[in-house]
Write a protein that binds this ligand. Structure first.
Ligand code: SAM
Length: 265
């Protein structure tokens, strides 16, 4: 088990470029088969947002890190996407991509793949442009605070997305539940939460940083969502194949959850 102080200290050494290399280049980002983890994640997101049920004015992505893949299917259904991260280095990396600056990470294979699986024949450059237009704010966040964005963002968000954040910043399961409840405060009653995360992981690497992760089972995710006041709509999981166990973490698999905050009253 880690301590909150050890976690904060670990994140001081987080290298966004190393993290991107470890997780968002081959072999994990191999688009030739849905047996690879990145296409599996993109398929879950594409199918869930394709229903059209999750939509509105604002979507907040919690702990975006240096990545935008998680927003590609979501961005069609919201007027504004708010990305967030605890670390300035990650917010700067995202800003470089949003402004189309040279040296930004190349997300074009991801955008092309998402356009392909969404099957609407949309040119990928149109989706890229739409996400850049809608990604208007990249804000600091700390999910350990009851008000994670500092001041409340009003009106509250219509949907929340969070990928590989809460278990990677929580020292134990109780802290994971509290973090879920804190981010739930950002969501309007009736709003949707879409989560991706690691199963059975105890650490991951990002350059010189070795970050502790609270190892979760599918049942922990189920229980945590209920304890934080969410109604579970769907839970899927993926087993990490041996070829993708590259040593950059000790992850066993990935969960995908769609949950909803009940209407008040
Ligand atoms: N969402 C990205 C993805 O899908 O790959 C990045 C996930 S990365 C494993 C975890 C992220 O949580 C990092 O970007 C880190 O900076 C962020 N983080 C660290 N401490 C945090 C905190 N207290 N509150 C919110 N985010 C935090």
């Amino acid at each position: 088990m880690s301590s909150p102080a050890a976690l904060r200290e670990g994140y001081e050494h987080f290298d966004p470029r190393a993290y991107l290399r470890n997780n968002y280049l081959p072999p994990r980002a191999d688009f030739s088969s849905e047996e690879f983890v990145v296409p599996w994640k993109l398929r879950c997101l594409a199918e869930t947002f394709a229903s059209g049920e999750i939509r509105g004015r604002t979507l907040i992505d919690v702990g975006s890190g240096p990545t935008i893949y998680q927003l590609l299917s979501a961005c069609d259904h919201f007027e504004e996407i708010v990305a967030t991260d605890y670390l300035a280095v990650n917010r700067e990396e995202l800003g470089r991509w949003a402004r189309g600056e040279p040296g930004a990470f190349d997300w074009s294979p991801f955008i092309q793949h998402v356009c392909k699986i969404e099957g609407r024949g949309e040119p990928w450059q149109d989706k890229e442009r739409r996400l850049r237009q809608r990604l208007r704010r990249i804000l600091p966040i700390d999910v350990h605070r009851p008000e994670p964005l500092g001041a409340p963002l009003l009106p509250r968000a219509d949907a929340l997305l969070s990928a590989f954040c809460l278990e990677a910043v929580s020292p134990d399961r109780a802290a994971f539940v509290r973090a879920l409840a804190h981010v739930g405060n950002l969501l309007r009653p009736g709003g949707h939460a879409v989560l991706l995360g690691a199963l059975g992981e105890s650490f991951y690497l990002a350059g010189p940083a070795r970050l502790p992760v609270v190892p979760l089972e599918e049942s922990d995710v189920r229980e945590a969502l209920a304890a934080a006041g969410f109604a579970l709509r769907e839970l899927r999981s993926y087993a990490m194949p041996p070829a993708l166990r590259t040593g950059v973490d000790d992850v066993d698999g990935v969960f995908f959850a769609h949950a909803q905050k009940p209407l008040e009253g």
